[in-house]
Design a protein around this ligand. Structure first.
Ligand code: SF4
Ligand code: SF4
Length: 563
């Protein structure tokens, strides 16, 4: 008797036959049934060209339908939310979306409604879907029933240029594919990395791509007689070199936690080695010192713990939304997941059983003190391991710490032995004479505080090297167009220390690569750097910081062991 492959467990000694005459006949029959009410929308369906139903019909299905009656009709283009549209006629009732909603995100937002041929997919009372993981429905739907409103009628799949990269949304480091057509991003799709994202994305990251679409071809500008004037890169760089030379050790540098490691290593050398300035930062707030112990719990190990304390509750999930899916999966496997306020350390200690063998703590950087206190107390209480994972800010906040974009720590968290500088929050009162801001993502830019808004216009030199126009342009003496996160190659390090490559998904050839700008400024100040490519800098990074050789093995950076 034939067995459905999706409902039978593999067993020792089992022989599976998929190409016998009997199997072929049944496969054809199943597909003929699926197509009875499926509309012939392929030429206008967003899924056409990457549709599993199309592919399976082509490979296993009948060449023609014998069905001669009217197809059943349902509502088309039903908005399920501001992100997703549902075409009920195309739905083949496979239950993938409802199972995701129940078994992967645990939100139970989608359900099967009505019975028999009238069965439809919908939300409770037709209310707009609220989930932060809806974009995944469009990827798992095997037909064009659930589609993205942003991507609707944007491109046929075969017209897309696909570039493997990493989501710029947060420090989780979910793997994505940038799908662009005619140099315009159409969508971010997931790219499986079981150790990080289990192939899921959150909606915040997935639908963030319009932030990275360039609106115009800008040129560098410098301020003369109070007005910004367009100049060449050479002129803007020469102007910057003059200003930085005058500021010397009183120049400060802020690099975005969305910069690549290759940019960060050059930025640090420009300030520490060339300008001899210790005033470096990538943060926006005062935080407790970073250290390698902040990432001893790998993301994938969350599901191998007995008990996981999410210290700060929803704040932790909001900072890295795909963590919720990992935590829900862990819960289904029997892990005790405890979401608790950051001030409730005593309650968390009391609720962990003494016989636990592995306990994990998740917290944001802002709650590091409480996380360390909890870890110390639990280490006294249980015999097993207690590890923590702090959610850093930005897709490369961890890399910025690893590489020493901090006023008081060098690369590899090395102490600066009396050479420490001031951090960003101290700069307005620190008597500085220049500030260089480098940012490559509007999601993690330099947002001036009230104190900074008063201070920035008083600086003799403000260099703003960035991807998109911002209000800071009006205060800058030099505006240098730079590449966006999606326009450059290099590496970034996620919150658990995994170094991953990003690649250029869009062209912006008129923009001088950001690392070349750093090199030309450094050389204008007397250095003699000779990098020819990003790969050169990556190789130098691995040489100077051996734990980063993990990059070549696709592993996490381990600071306590030799690489
Ligand atoms: S995943 Fe698509 S085809 Fe399957 S039940 Fe949901 S809407 Fe229908
Ligand atoms: S969790 Fe972070 S990295 Fe992952 S998809 Fe969301 S925003 Fe992007």
């Amino acid at each position: 008797k034939l067995q459905p492959a999706c409902a039978v467990y593999v067993a020792d000694g089992m022989v599976v036959k998929t190409t016998t005459d009997q199997v072929n006949k049944y496969q054809k029959g199943v597909l003929e049934f699926l197509l009875i009410n499926h509309p012939l929308d392929c030429p206008i369906c967003d899924k056409g060209g990457e549709c599993p139903l199309q592919d399976q019909t082509y490979q296993y299905g009948p060449g023609a339908s014998r069905y001669q009656f009217d197809k059943a009709h349902f509502d088309k283009a039903v908005p399920l939310s501001d992100k997703i549209v549902l075409d009920r006629e195309r739905c083949i009732l496979c239950w993938r979306c409802t199972r995701f909603s129940e078994e992967i995100s645990g939100e139970r937002e989608l359900a099967l409604i009505q019975r028999g041929v009238h069965t439809i997919i919908g939300t409770f009372n037709d209310e707009p879907a609220q989930s932060n993981y809806q974009g995944n429905w469009t990827e798992i739907c095997p037909v064009g029933a659930l589609t993205s409103r942003q991507y609707r009628f944007i491109s046929r799949p075969w017209d897309l240029d696909r570039t493997p990269s990493v989501c710029p949304g947060c420090s989780m480091g979910c793997n994505i594919q940038i799908d662009a057509r005619s140099n315009k991003i159409g969508r971010f799709q997931s790219r499986e990395n079981v150790a990080v994202d289990d192939s899921w994305l959150c909606d915040y990251g997935r639908f963030s791509f319009p932030n990275f679409q360039r609106q115009s071809q800008e040129r560098p500008r410098i301020r003369r007689d109070g007005r910004l004037e367009e100049v060449t890169y050479d002129e803007a760089i020469a102007f910057t070199v003059d200003g930085l030379k005058r500021a010397g050790g009183q120049a400060a540098g802020w690099a975005s936690p969305a910069d690549t490691n290759e940019e960060l290593i050059l930025f640090r050398r420009l300030f520490r080695d060339v300008l001899r300035s210790p005033h470096l930062d990538h943060r926006s707030a005062v935080l407790v010192d970073a250290e390698p112990d902040d990432m001893t719990l790998p993301i994938a190990d969350i599901e191998r713990c007995d008990h996981v304390v999410v210290l700060g509750g929803q704040d932790v999930i909001d900072a890295a939304p795909v963590l919720h899916l990992r935590l829900f999966k862990s819960q289904r496997k029997g892990v005790n997941v405890q979401k608790i306020g950051a001030s409730e350390v005593a309650e968390a200690v009391a609720s962990v059983r003494p016989d636990c063998t592995a306990v994990g703590i998740l917290a944001t950087e802002a709650n590091k003190t409480a996380a360390v206190e909890l870890q110390t107390k639990l280490q006294r209480k249980i015999k097993g391991s207690v590890r923590r994972l702090l959610v850093t800010t930005g897709p490369n906040g961890r890399g910025a710490k690893d590489l020493g974009i901090l006023p008081h720590l060098g690369p590899g968290y090395a102490a600066l032995n009396g050479q420490a500088g001031t951090g960003r929050t101290e700069w307005p009162g620190a008597g500085l004479r220049a500030l260089y801001i480098h940012e490559s993502s509007p999601l993690h830019g330099f947002i001036a505080s009230d104190a900074e808004s008063m201070w920035l216009p008083t600086l003799p030199l403000l260099v703003f090297h960035r991807f998109k126009p911002s209000p800071l342009d009006e205060m800058a003496h030099v505006v240098l167009p730079g590449h966006a996160f999606t326009e450059k190659g290099g590496t970034v390090t996620n919150m658990e220390g995994r170094v991953q490559r990003i690649a250029r998904g869009l062209d912006a050839d008129w923009v001088l690569e950001d690392w070349r700008v750093f090199q030309e400024i450094a050389n204008g100040l007397g250095a003699s750097w000779t990098y020819d490519s990003v790969a050169d800098i990556t190789a130098d990074l691995v040489r100077s910081l051996p734990p980063y050789a993990a990059l070549n093995r696709g592993e996490r950076v381990l600071w306590s062991e030799p690489a």
